[in-house]
Ligand binder design. Structure first.
Ligand code: NAD
Length: 334
C-alpha cells in the first residue's frame, strides 16, 4: 500500500478510536471500489472481519489485493443483482453502484439494475440477518437544485426520463425502497447522500474517470484538460478521509437510524478553478479544452451539512489544496 494511504489510514484509526468493532463482521458491497476499499482497509486495521463483494465492473482488484492474505478478510467476486449471499454480517455498507457519468450513460440498464434489483437483494439480506445497514445515495438525487446550500429536506428537481435518470432516478428509488423496508420491517438503516469525494484510488481513466481525477491524469500526462461547458459550474470536493469518517459515524452512531444525511464538504469550487489548481500543482503545460455541456449536468452542488454536524459531529477538515496534493502524489507514484 502507498505511504500516503498508510498515513491516512493511521489518521483514520485515531479519528475512529471510539468505535469498538473488533470481531464484528462487516459486509461491504462495492468493496473493491474507491470508497469501499478505504473502508476495507480501515475496518481490517480496527480488527473487524470484512466480507467484501464486488463484480469488478468499475472497482479494481489491486485496491484490495494487499488484504487477501489477512484471515479476517474475505473477497468474493459477486454481482449483487444475482443470487443472494450466504453471510451473516453485523453491519452492511452498501456501496455497489456505477457512479461515473460516462460509465452509467454507456450502461444505463445495468446501472438501474444494480441500484434497484441489487439494493432490493441487500435489503432482503439485511432483513433476514438483522444487520445494521448504511446505503450510499448521492447528491444527484437533488438534480438541478434550486436551493443552496442544499438541505436534506429539498425534494429535488430531476428529469425522470433524461440520460442521467438511469443513475439519479434509480438512486431515488433506492431511497424509497430503503424507507419502505424501514417502515414495514423496522430495519435499522440510514441513507447518506454523498457529494463529490476524491483522493487516492479515485479512477481517472477512460469511462471511469470523474472530473477531478481525470484532470489530474490529463495534467500529469500534459494532455489537454477537458471541461464540459464554460467551467463556471461548481462542485464541492470532500477528501476521502473526511468522507470515511462520515460513513463510519453514520453507520455506527445509534441516533442515525431511519435518518437521511448529507455528507460532503461545504466549500464550493468552480470547475475552471479546480482545473487551474491541478495545472499549477502538477507544474503542467496542459491547456484547457472546452466541450459542449452534457444534458442535465447540474450547475451547482453545495451540501448543507448542519444535520451531519449535529447528529454525528461531521466536520470535514482537509482543505482542497492539501487533498489535491496527496491525490496528485499518489497518482504520479502509481
Ligand atoms: N465518490 C463519490 O464522489 C460519490 C458521490 C456520490 C455517491 N457516491 C456513491 O458511493 C458509492 C461508492 O462510490 P465509489 O466512488 O466508491 O465508486 P466505485 O465505482 O469506485 O465503486 C462502486 C463499486 O461497485 C461495484 N459494482 C458495480 N456494480 C456491481 C454489482 N452489480 N455487483 C457488485 N458490485 C458492483 C464496482 O465494481 C465498484 O467497485 C456508490 O454507491 C456511489 O453511487 C459516490
Amino acid at each position: 500500500m502507498s505511504d500516503i494511504i498508510n498515513s491516512d489510514i493511521a489518521t483514520l484509526l485515531s479519528d475512529n478510536k471510539k468505535f469498538r468493532i473488533s470481531d464484528k463482521q462487516f459486509l461491504i458491497t462495492g468493496g473493491a471500489g474507491f470508497l469501499g476499499s478505504w473502508l476495507c482497509d480501515l475496518l481490517i486495521a480496527k480488527n473487524a472481519r470484512v466480507y467484501c463483494i464486488d463484480n469488478l465492473s468499475s472497482g479494481r482488484a489491486e485496491n484490495i489485493k494487499h488484504l487477501l492474505k489477512n484471515k479476517s478478510f474475505v473477497f468474493k467476486k459477486h454481482d449483487i443483482t444475482k443470487n443472494t449471499l450466504n453471510v451473516k454480517p453485523d453491519y452492511i455498507f452498501h456501496l455497489a453502484s456505477r457512479p461515473s457519468p460516462d460509465d452509467y450513460l454507456n450502461n444505463a440498464i445495468q446501472t438501474i439494475d444494480v441500484n434497484t434489483e441489487g439494493t432490493r437483494k441487500i435489503l432482503e439480506l439485511t432483513r433476514k440477518t438483522d444487520a445494521k445497514l448504511l446505503f450510499t445515495s448521492t447528491s444527484e438525487v437533488y438534480g438541478e437544485a434550486t436551493v443552496f446550500p442544499t438541505p436534506e429536506s429539498y425534494y429535488g428537481n430531476v428529469n425522470p426520463s433524461g440520460p442521467r435518470s438511469c443513475y439519479d432516478e434509480s438512486k431515488r428509488l433506492c431511497e424509497s425502497l430503503c424507507m419502505a423496508y424501514n417502515r414495514t420491517y423496522g430495519l435499522d438503516l440510514r441513507i447518506v447522500r454523498l457529494f463529490n469525494t476524491y483522493g487516492p484510488r479515485l479512477r481517472g481513466d477512460g469511462n471511469y474517470g470523474r472530473a477531478l481525477s481525470r484532470f489530474i491524469w490529463q495534467s500529469i500526462n500534459n494532455q489537454r484538460i477537458t471541461i464540459w461547458g464554460n467551467g463556471k459550474q461548481t462542485r464541492s470536493f470532500c477528501y476521502i478521509t473526511d468522507m470515511i469518517n462520515g460513513l463510519m459515524a453514520s453507520l455506527l452512531v445509534k441516533r442515525t437510524k431511519g435518518e437521511t444525511i448529507n455528507l460532503g464538504n461545504p466549500k464550493e469550487t468552480r470547475i475552471i478553478d479546480l482545473a487551474n489548481m491541478v495545472i499549477k500543482l502538477t507544474d503542467s503545460k496542459s491547456e484547457v479544452k472546452y466541450l459542449p455541456m452534457p444534458d442535465n449536468d447540474p450547475r451547482r452542488r453545495l451540501p448543507k451539512i448542519t444535520k451531519a454536524r449535529q447528529i454525528i459531529g461531521f466536520t470535514p477538515r482537509v482543505k482542497l489544496n492539501q487533498g489535491l496534493s496527496k491525490t496528485i502524489e499518489w497518482q504520479i507514484d502509481r
